[in-house]
Design a binder for this molecule. Structure first.
Ligand SMILES: CCCCCC/C=C/CC(=O)SCCNC(=O)CCNC(=O)[C@H](O)C(C)(C)COP(=O)(O)OP(=O)(O)OC[C@H]1O[C@@H](n2cnc3c(N)ncnc32)[C@H](O)[C@@H]1OP(=O)(O)O
Length: 719
C-alpha cells in the first residue's frame, strides 16, 4: 500500500509501503493511484514527493505476482497520470530504484537520489523488458547508446553515475526525502512542460542504423538464445524511430511476447532459486535460521597455486585480513605479484583503492595461529591435504574452522582424521575463484551446523552464490557432469564429431560446448582423475571389450588424446586445433576426424548419422537423471540448489532455468520416456537407467517443481 501525509505545510508525501523492497504489488499500485489523486485534488498541496518506506525507494514490479491473475491498476496509466500532473512530483530515491521503481521515478518531474542509492532497469535479467515506459523514456532522457547499454544488460548504476548520465537531477548525502520536500516547494508553480520526459524528442546519433545493427549483433552473441535482450533493442529502436505513443504500443507488444514465454518463467524461477539456496538445511535437520555463524575477522589460505591466489583475492576484497601461506619460495613470490595485480585491476575497475595491505604472506604454516578460518588450497591429493590438515590442527587456535578447497575429494574422510571433525567443511570454488559466482559448501555427517553456517556466510560476503551440499564424489556439479561428458564421448564413437556436439549444446544456450570447454580446462585434468580411478589402460586392444571398464561401457577417447600430448588449448591441440599453445580460437582439426574414423574402424563401430536432438537428449537427460539421484540421495536439499549450481557454475543458460527446471518444462514423462529409450539402446550404460525418484514423480502425475521437495521428503520418511 501507500501512505499519505502532508509535510512542510504544502507537500503531499506518498510513501510506498511493502517490505522488504516496496515492490509494486496491486495494493501498492492502488495506493499510489489513490494518493496521487488525493494530493492533486487537495488545494493546500503545492507539490508532491514519492518515496519508499525504510530508506528503500522501490524494487520494481512484484515478481511474485507474475504468472498469477494480475489485478489492480496497471503501471503505465498510473505513471502517465503522474507525468501529466499539474503539480511538481519529485521522486526521493533512497536504497534502490529498480525496474518499475525506476520507471515510476522517470514518470516524476524531478528525481533526487541519496548518494548510496542504486538505479537500474534489470528486467532483462528476468526475461522481460522495462514495459512501463522505461524503453521509451530512458533513451529520451539519456540518449540511445546509454539507454541501450543499461536496458540490455540490466546493470545497476550508482547515484553518481545516474547523475552523470542525467537520470537524476540531484544527489545528496543528506536525507533524500527532506531534500526532495524542500526542492519540490522551490519548483512549485513553475511550468512543468520541460519536465515531462515522454514529450522529449529522442536524441539520435548520426548513423543510428549502424548503431542499432552493431548493438543487435553484440546482444545476440551475448544472449546465447535468450530473447529478452533482443526485444530490448527492438523496443529502444522504436523509441528512436516512432512517436512516443507508437513506441509505447511496440513496447507493450514486445513485452506481451516475453511475458508469456517460457524463458521469462525460467529466469524468474532463477531469481527466487538464487535466494532460496540461502535458506539451506542439512539432512540432520540443522538449518540456516537456527545455526549461528562464527565471526570471521582473519582468514588464511594455504597453497598459492591458481585457486589459492583467486581465493586470497576474493577474501581480501571482502575486507578481511588474510594470511597467505605458500611453502615454496619461488611460488610465493610469483603469487604475491599475481595477487597484487588482480587486486589492483579489480580496484581500478571499481574506482576504489586496492586492498594490498590486508594480506600478509608467509612460507611458514605457523603464521596462521591466530586466524578464525583457514581455506586449504593445496594440490588435489588426499595424502597431502591430510598432512596439511594435521599440521593446521596443531597450529591453529581452538575452534578455527578448517575448510578444504576441493572439487572431488571426500571431505568426510579428511575430517575423520582430525581431532575436531566438526570444524571441517569443503569449500568448492570455481576457477577463477575471485571471478566465478558459485561456491559449493560441502558438509559431511560430522560437520557442525555452525561450521556450515560460517562457510555459507563467508561465501555470501565474498559475493558468491553459495549452495550447501552433501558429501559425495564430485559433490553436485561435477557428479552431474560425469554422465554428460560420458554421453558426449559415446556420441563421438557412434558417429558424431566434436563440432556437431558442441553446436547442439551452444545452440541450446551453453556459452561453450562440452569439447570446447574440455579444451579450455585441459584434457589432462580428467585423465589424472581417471588414472587415479584405475580406469585408464595403456594401449588397449581393439574391439568391444576394450571399451568396457569396471563392468560398464567406457570410452578411452580422452585418454588416447592425452597420450598424444593433446591437452587442449594449453598444448595447441585437443578436440580442436589452435594456432599456437595458449591460443583460444578453436579450429576444426582434420587429424581428429581421421583419428575418429580410424578408432571406429579399429573397434568395429559403424558410424551413423546423429542429429542435434539426440545430442541434447543424451547429454542433458543423462545429466538431469543424475540430478534426480542427487535429490534422492539427499545430497542437494531441493531442485533449486542443483539449478543454481548449474546456472552459476557450469554455464547452463539462465533462460532455461537450470537442468531440473528444464526437465519440468520438457515434461518429466517425456524425459523418462527418452531415458528408457536410450537405456534400451545402450543397456551397458548405468547412467541412462532412469532414477526411481523420476519414475515416482511421473507416476504421481509430474507435480510442478516447487512440490518436488514434498515428494522427496515423503519418500525419505518412508525409508
Ligand atoms: C504484461 C504486463 C506486465 C506488467 C509488468 C510490469 C513490469 C515491470 C518490470 C519490473 O519491475 S520487473 C522487476 C524489476 N526489479 C528487479 O528485478 C529487482 C529485483 N530485486 C533485487 O534485485 C534485489 O532484491 C534488491 C531490490 C536489489 C534488494 O537486494 P537485497 O540483497 O537487499 O535483498 P534480496 O534478498 O534480493 O530480496 C529480499 C526479498 O525481497 C524479495 N524481492 C526482491 N525484489 C522483489 C520484487 N521486485 N518482487 C517481489 N519480491 C522481491 C526477494 O525475493 C527476497 O525475498 P525472499 O523471500 O528471500 O525470496
Amino acid at each position: 500500500m501507500a501512505l499519505y501525509s502532508r509535510v512542510s505545510g504544502f507537500v503531499g508525501l506518498i510513501t510506498l509501503q511493502n517490505p522488504p523492497v516496496n515492490a509494486l504489488s496491486a495494493a501498492v499500485r492502488q495506493g499510489i493511484v489513490d494518493m496521487v489523486e488525493r494530493a492533486l485534488g487537495d488545494p493546500n498541496v503545492k507539490s508532491v514527493v514519492i518515496c519508499g518506506q525504510n530508506g528503500n525507494f522501490c524494487g520494481g514490479a512484484d515478481i511474485k505476482e507474475f504468472g498469477t491473475n494480475m489485478s489492480g491498476p496497471p503501471l503505465v496509466p498510473m505513471i502517465d497520470a503522474i507525468e501529466a500532473a499539474n503539480k511538481p512530483v519529485v521522486a526521493a530515491i533512497e536504497g534502490s530504484a529498480l525496474g518499475g521503481g525506476l520507471e515510476l521515478a522517470l514518470g516524476c518531474h524531478y528525481r533526487i537520489a541519496h548518494s548510496k542509492a542504486r538505479l537500474g532497469l534489470p528486467e532483462v535479467t528476468l526475461g522481460l523488458l522495462p514495459a512501463a515506459g522505461g524503453t521509451q523514456r530512458l533513451p529520451r532522457l539519456v540518449g540511445v547508446p546509454a539507454a541501450l547499454n543499461l536496458i540490455t544488460t540490466g546493470r545497476h548504476v550508482t547515484a553518481t553515475q545516474a547523475l552523470q548520465l542525467g537520470i537524476v537531477d540531484q544527489v545528496t548525502d543528506h536525507n533524500a526525502v527532506d531534500v526532495a520536500v524542500k526542492f519540490s516547494l522551490s519548483v512549485a508553480g513553475q511550468s512543468l512542460d520541460a519536465r515531462r520526459i515522454s514529450t522529449y524528442p529522442c536524441p539520435l546519433p548520426s548513423d543510428s542504423d549502424a548503431l542499432f545493427e552493431g548493438v543487435m549483433q553484440k546482444v545476440r552473441q551475448r544472449a546465447h538464445g535468450a530473447i529478452a535482450p533482443v526485444a530490448c533493442v527492438q523496443a529502444v529502436r522504436a523509441a528512436a524511430t516512432l512517436p512516443y505513443s507508437k513506441g509505447m504500443e511496440r513496447e507493450q507488444e514486445l513485452m506481451a511476447t516475453l511475458f508469456t514465454s517460457g524463458q521469462a518463467r525460467a529466469q524468474q524461477y532463477c531469481f527466487f532459486a538464487q535466494r532460496a539456496v540461502g535458506r539451506w538445511r542439512m539432512p540432520s535437520g540443522a538449518r540456516w535460521d537456527t545455526s549461528k555463524p562464527r565471526p570471521v575477522h582473519k582468514a588464511a589460505v594455504i597453497g598459492l597455486g591458481t585457486m589459492g591466489r583467486g581465493i586470497t583475492v576474493a577474501l581480501a576484497q571482502t575486507g578481511l585480513s588474510v594470511v597467505a601461506v605458500e611453502t615454496q619460495e619461488k611460488q610465493l613470490m610469483e603469487a604475491k605479484q599475481a595477487v597484487s595485480g588482480m587486486l589492483e585491476r579489480g580496484a581500478k575497475r571499481h574506482g576504489v583503492a586496492p586492498t594490498l595491505d590486508r594480506i600478509s604472506y608467509s612460507q611458514n604454516i605457523h603464521a596462521v595461529a591466530e586466524v578464525d578460518l583457514v581455506i586449504e588450497a593445496v594440490f588435489e591429493d588426499m595424502a597431502l591435504k591430510t598432512e596439511v590438515f594435521q599440521q593446521l590442527s596443531a597450529v591453529c587456535k581452538p575452534g578455527t574452522l578448517l575448510c578444504t578447497n576441493t572439487s572431488a575429494l571426500d571431505v568426510d574422510k579428511l575430517a575423520s582424521k582430525m581431532p575436531n571433525p566438526e570444524l571441517v567443511v569443503g569449500m568448492h570454488f570455481f576457477a577463477p575463484a575471485h571471478v566465478m559466482k558459485l561456491l559449493e559448501v560441502v558438509y559431511g555427517p560430522r560437520s557442525s551446523p555452525q561450521a556450515v553456517a560460517t562457510a555459507m556466510q563467508l561465501g555470501k560476503k565474498m559475493g558468491k552464490v553459495s549452495v550447501a551440499v552433501g558429501n559425495c564424489r564430485g559433490f553436485v556439479g561435477n557428479r552431474m557432469l560425469m554422465p554428460y561428458l560420458q554421453q558426449a564421448f559415446f556420441l563421438l564413437e557412434e558417429g558424431a564429431t566434436p563440432e556437431l556436439v558442441d553446436r547442439a549444446l551452444e545452440e541450446f544456450g551453453f556459452p561453450m560446448g562440452v569439447f570446447r570447454m574440455s579444451d579450455l580446462s585441459g584434457l589432462d585434468v580428467g585423465w589424472r582423475v581417471r588414472k587415479r580411478d584405475e580406469l585408464v589402460e595403456p594401449d588397449m586392444a581393439s574391439g568391444q571389450s576394450a571399451r568396457i571398464r569396471q563392468g560398464s561401457r567406457y570410452s578411452p577417447l580422452g585418454d588416447l588424446l592425452c597420450e598424444q600430448g593433446r591437452f587442449g588449448q594449453k598444448t595447441g591441440r585437443g578436440w580442436y586445433q589452435y594456432d599456437k599453445p595458449g591460443s583460444r580460437v578453436a579450429r576444426s582439426d582434420p587429424w581428429l576426424h581421421s583419428f575418429l574414423v580410424e578408432y571406429r574402424a579399429r573397434h568395429g563401430l559403424v558410424p551413423r548419422s546423429i542429429d542435434q536432438q539426440e545430442v541434447l537428449e543424451r547429454c542433458l537427460y543423462a545429466l538431469i537423471n543424475e540430478g534426480f539421484r542427487i535429490l534422492e540421495d539427499g545430497i542437494a536439499a531441493g531442485p533449486e540448489d542443483i539449478d543454481v549450481i548449474y546456472v552459476f557454475g557450469y554455464g547452463w543458460p539462465k533462460h532455461r532455468g537450470g537442468p531440473m527446471f528444464y526437465a519440468g518444462m520438457v515434461g518429466l514423462a517425456k524425459v523418462l520416456e527418452r531415458l528408457e529409450h536410450y537405456q534400451q539402446a545402450h543397456p551397458d550404460v548405468p547412467y541412462l537407467q532412469p532414477c526411481s525418484l523420476l519414475r515416482r514423480l511421473v507416476a504421481s502425475g509430474s507435480p510442478p517443481i516447487h512440490r518436488w521437495r514434498e515428494a522427496i521428503k515423503k519418500r525419505q520418511s518412508q525409508l
